[in-house]
Structure formats: C-alpha cells, structure tokens
Design a protein around this ligand. Structure first.
Ligand SMILES: [Zn+2]
Length: 85
C-alpha cells in the first residue's frame, strides 16, 4: 500500500463513494457504515449558512444541511454538526 495519503476531504468522499459502487457484494452493515462515513466527512467541509430572516436587529442563520436556524453565527450547526464557514 505504501505511504498513500488522502489529499483532501473531497478526495476521501470520492474514494468512499467509488468503494460503494465497485463492491458488488457488501454486507448491509458495511454499506451503511461507509455511507455514514461519507456523511460525517461531508459535515467537516465548511458550508456557508444562509441568512434566513432578520430578527430583532440581527440575522437568523439557516443551516443548509439540516434546515434548522440559529440566532448566532456559529462554527458548527448545533443540530446536525455541520461545520459552518
Ligand atoms: Zn444543521
């Protein structure tokens, strides 16, 4: 295998997606675990929350992954764990 390094989160997701497609016979649990891994890595890639609406002098931010809103701009969505940009 050597010292292969996964260069980025996007590359890791691509590798896991192709693993899901290439392996024909997969245990249900294994397939589920790989899919969960893809979701977990995707949540580590910063995503800009959307300015949802104006409330008492400040914007309310909407997480584009889960759709929940927060009154404060935070590093992570408190509902789904999405990293925010
Ligand atoms: Zn969220």
């Amino acid at each position: 295998m050597g010292d292969y390094v996964v260069e980025s989160q996007e590359e890791a997701i691509r590798i896991l997606r192709s693993a899901l497609e290439q392996v024909v016979v997969l245990e249900g649990n294994f397939k589920y675990a790989v899919a969960e891994g893809i979701v977990a890595i995707e949540k580590q890639i910063p995503k800009k929350p959307m300015q949802s609406y104006y409330n008492e002098g400040d914007y309310v931010w909407e997480c584009l992954t889960c759709g929940n809103t927060s009154e404060h701009y935070q590093k992570y969505c408190v509902y789904c764990g999405q990293r925010l940009d």
